[in-house]
Structure formats: C-alpha cells, structure tokens
Design a protein around this ligand. Structure first.
Ligand code: NAP
Length: 320
C-alpha cells in the first residue's frame, strides 16, 4: 500500500527543512524524504553536514557548526508536525497528479509514496578531486566555498584548484583575506571568461601552477599542503598551503527527474516566477535550481518561497 500525502519534500538541507517548517506550520503535515547516509556526500542534511563552522547565517552571532544548524532546523520542522523518512527517492512519476515516488531499491508497480504536491530540494554537490586525504581534510583546510570559509584563512597561503569562472571568482574573493593564492590548473590556459582572467592576471596576490594536478592532500588533522604533479614535465612537488579551495564545478542532484520535468542545459531544474517547475504542483528550491548563489541562507529563503507557492497552489486547487 502506498503512503498518501498532501505534501512531500525531497531533501533535508536548508531548503528542504525550511519548506518543511513552513508547510508543517500551515498544517499540511509534510513528509520529508531526507535522504540516506549511503556515503559522506549524500547523508541527510545536505552539504552543511560536511561544513564545520558557519559564521554568516544570520542570527548566530558566535557562529554555529553545520550539523548543529541542520539538527535544529530538523527539530523545528518536527515540532510543527513534519514526518521524516530516512530514505531517498530512487524513481518518480510526475506525469500526472498525484505524483508517485519510489524509494530504496523499490522498482515495483506500487509506489512507496503518493503525493498531491511535491517540493524538490535535493541540492547539488561540489565535484571533488577524488585524491587521498580529501575525506579526512574536508572542513579542516579543504573547502568548496570561499564565501563560506575564506575568512578563516586570514594572512595565510592558500590554493584554488580549477580554471573556470568559479575558480577565478573564488581566488579573487580570497585575495581580500589571504596572503597568497596559487591557482592550480590542469592545463596551460584558463577556461574562465577573458574579463575574469584579466582580473586574476593583474592581481599581485595570485600566481599560477599550470599543467598541474593535485595528487594528494597532506596533513593529518589539518591541511598542511598539496602534492602536485606537473603533467608537462612529469615532476612531482609539494605546495605548502593551509587552505585548498576546490572549484571544478557542481552537479545538481537531478538524475531521478530526468525526462520528468524541465531541466536547464546544465542539469539544474528550470523554475518559473519563483519556485514553480514545468509540472504543476511540483516546486523546486535551493541548490537544485540555483547555480548562482549556493548559500545556506539563500537555500533556506527559497525553501520558504516554495512552501508559500505550494500553499497558494493547493488553495486554488481546493477552491476550483
Ligand atoms: P567550469 O566552467 O566547468 O570549470 C571547471 C574547471 O575545473 C575547468 O577549468 C576544468 O578544467 C577544471 N576541472 C574539472 N574537473 C577537474 C578535475 N577533476 N581536476 C582538475 N580540474 C578539473 O565550472 P565553473 O567554473 O564552476 O563554472 C560553471 C558555469 O558557471 C560556467 O558556465 C561559468 O561561466 C559560470 N560561472 C560564472 C561566473 C561569473 O560569471 N562570475 C562565476 C562562476 C561560474 P578544464 O578547463 O581543463 O576543463
């Protein structure tokens, strides 16, 4: 038997949990499919579960640890009646309401959950290098967000990995705090737009290690440097830095929605006029539809918008 719900929220990062708080307070008894802890990168709670201190979430004067912020948001949603299943959607059918959701290995005919309306907040993941030391040092010198963590590296030497606009943007932002930024790029030419390149080339704090790849992140409990391999000379070297920012792109968690609703060319969900998607009754919020801001506070804000958009949509359905 399928579980019937008026509102289902997929995802439990700041967007999903804020949507859950708002829809729960609107007496809609949302069910949150919060994901499954199958690997470090997709445990319930989203990317903030991998973050140490957050100093820019308004209201926390002294800062707060990422996992604690998510635990508080989760408790807040529960307090107003949200239900949580530690499962993730593995298949959906959005062709006609009510929307059908399968979880786990389930591929049977009957969906696990049937929903009148849906909020998608499955987030995005930073692409990682896949080198030794990465899991150990994430949040301990290794970061994927200069806006979030740059402030912790005042007057230190750091590296940025990547050659696209994100890498250059991160490097330029970091120059406000750090002593030096070394951009490590696997080719001898940047992919970033010309204007961003010019800004980087003319910034005295930024230097480049061309044709180089990171082979290992060094340090036990704290990053102390990176091992580099020069692809043109085959030389190995160590770059001593206390911070590394990986900026080699992001991947939205949208595989399960392929062919079910409109995605943009880069795989993010296309939204219209706020959080509406191409399917009526399905709303999207947070990083799964935002490739610009990618902040906890903007994700939370769009989670609130999705809940309000959904409430209004349900209201119209009930009165038409
Ligand atoms: P991107 O343009 O895809 O660039 C990714 C960079 O990472 C590339 O230089 C790539 O190298 C490198 N890379 C990828 N995988 C790697 C690996 N495994 N090891 C080492 N290096 C690797 O991604 P992005 O910079 O995140 O930008 C995404 C989109 O957002 C782009 O369209 C960009 O223009 C846009 N954006 C715009 C702005 C802005 O205008 N201010 C800011 C940020 C992003 P190769 O070059 O060799 O492929």
């Amino acid at each position: 038997m399928s579980e019937q719900r008026q509102v289902v929220v997929l995802g439990s990062g700041p967007a999903g949990l804020t949507a859950a708080i708002y829809t729960a307070r609107a007496n809609l008894k949302p069910l949150v499919l919060e994901g499954e802890p199958s690997s470090t990168s997709d445990q319930p709670g989203g990317q903030l579960m991998l973050t140490t201190e957050i100093e820019n979430f308004p209201g926390f004067v002294e800062g707060i640890e990422g996992p604690e912020l998510m635990a508080r948001m989760r408790d807040q949603a529960k307090r107003f009646g949200a239900d949580f299943h530690t499962r993730k959607a593995t298949r959906v059918d959005l062709s006609a309401p009510p929307f059908k959701i399968w979880t786990g290995e389930a591929s049977g005919a009957a969906p696990d959950v049937v929903a009148t309306s849906l909020i998608i907040a499955t987030g995005a993941q930073s692409l990682m290098l896949g080198v030794p030391g990465e899991n150990r040092l994430l949040g301990h010198g290794l970061s994927t967000c200069a806006t979030c963590d740059g402030f912790f590296f005042r007057e230190q030497d750091v590296a940025v990995v990547g050659g696209g606009d994100s890498a250059i943007e991160e490097a330029l932002f970091l120059t406000r705090f750090v002593r030096s930024v070394t951009i490590v790029h696997r080719r001898a030419e940047l992919r970033a737009s010309k204007i961003m390149q010019e800004r980087a080339f003319s910034n005295e704090k930024i230097s480049f290690r061309w044709n180089s790849v990171v082979t290992e992140l060094l340090g036990e409990s704290k990053l102390t440097g990176v091992a580099l391999h020069d692809l043109s000379t085959a030389e190995d070297s160590i770059l001593e830095v206390s911070g590394v920012f990986v900026a080699i792109g992001h991947a939205p968690s949208t595989a399960v929605f392929n062919g079910q609703l409109e995605l943009r060319e880069n795989g993010y969900i296309q939204t219209y006029g706020g959080t509406r998607t191409s399917v009526e009754g399905v709303f999207a919020c947070g990083d799964v539809q935002d490739d610009t801001y990618r902040q906890a506070i903007t994700a939370a804000g769009s989670g609130c918008s999705a809940a309000i958009d959904l409430e209004r949509w349900l209201d119209v359905q009930e009165h038409s």
